[in-house]
Design a protein around this ligand. Sequence first.
Ligand code: FAD
Ligand code: NAI
Length: 330
Amino acid sequence: MTALHPIAIIGTGIAGLSAAQALHAAGHSVQLFDKSRGSGGRMASKRSDGGALDLGAQYFTARDRRFVEVVQQWQARGWVAEWTPSLYNFKNGQLSASPDEQVRWVGSPRMSAITRAMLGALPVHFSCRITEVFRGEQHWHLQDAEGNSHGPFSHVIVATPAPQATTLLSSVPKLAGAAASVAMDPTWAVALAFDTPLESKVEGCFVQDSPLDWLARNRSKPGRDSQLDTWVLHATSQWTKQNLDMSKEDVTEHLLGAFAELIGCTVPAPTFSLAHRWLYARPASAHQWGVLADADLGIYACGDWCLSGRVEGAWLSGQEAARRLLENLQ
Ligand code: FAD
Ligand code: NAI
């Protein structure tokens, strides 16, 4: 059965787009909304003088058979490529090579290429922050921050991080309560660009005992044709929480200092740097919900926080939202 009205999807991260693609493929009309100017959410890439920088998700792994299959399709279409960095580990003050056999994927030529391709020509409202989701007699309606109403919709899928979902689910207290129970930790990200390449073999590094958690040589990812030697640094959740309101300049200075201490070569002043604070970077713990649903009312919530806090978990959660919605239409 096809719904009489379109299905609203709030959030054009990978979870929302995973659901949108599945519903569209099943013949349903969808309408997407995102508060940002483009799609991707935490898989977005920032344009800069050093080319596009992946400030959020760095790479992803595929372990579930369904996700492995879809990533193979994305690879065949040129949306993703395998990234094989020279991996290092920094522990007890020592930098050491830490190669492994894990297959790691990145969007090509930038992380945001995946969600952009998934969105295709689906109808979307960008720069549209939804503030309220409410049900009329039979259908759903959305209110945005500019005071505009959208609808009617047969169903709604909320595909935002848990704290934002809590507000949007307020008309269904059972779902709002579950979303409210999910704490999400922040991450400060800093990008650096150097005119002269650093004399280091490191292309990716898992870091312990430092304000940093991870660092990557952005330019080492396939398809990034930057003239500059670009790096992305991520602080630990703990350091970020302790320094949540620090100025971007001070965050950059601190994390650049931590980077220079561990990278094992001279680090000149960067040509440019930028800092970004991800307030809801990752769920503090994993859940096995898959999706939150009130099938009678026709409202669903999905996202990485409903499964593992990873790209794969977000995609699987979006699939689960679409599956449950379609099941209810039969
Ligand atoms: P999101 O990508 O957050 O999408 C939600 C969307 O909803 C956003 O576009 C947002 O703008 C929109 N939105 C929110 N509120 C509203 C509203 N009120 N109205 C309209 N729109 C709204 N995962 C990995 O697998 N590997 C990694 O290496 C990795 N590294 C990471 C590093 C960082 C710094 C961060 C932040 C995340 C990282 N992740 C990584 C996690 C991964 O990025 C996420 O799990 C995944 O992208 C989440 O997708 P999502 O669709 O659930 O949510
Ligand atoms: P993965 O299998 O590459 O990494 C999982 C974890 O295993 C790593 O965090 C690291 O601790 C360890 N590890 C893996 N390979 C290693 C190696 N060669 N040497 C030393 N340690 C190694 O990828 P998976 O499971 O897909 O995880 C995704 C990554 O995304 C993780 O690193 C996670 O921390 C990161 N992430 C970061 C977020 C943030 O806000 N900074 C949010 C969500 C995920």
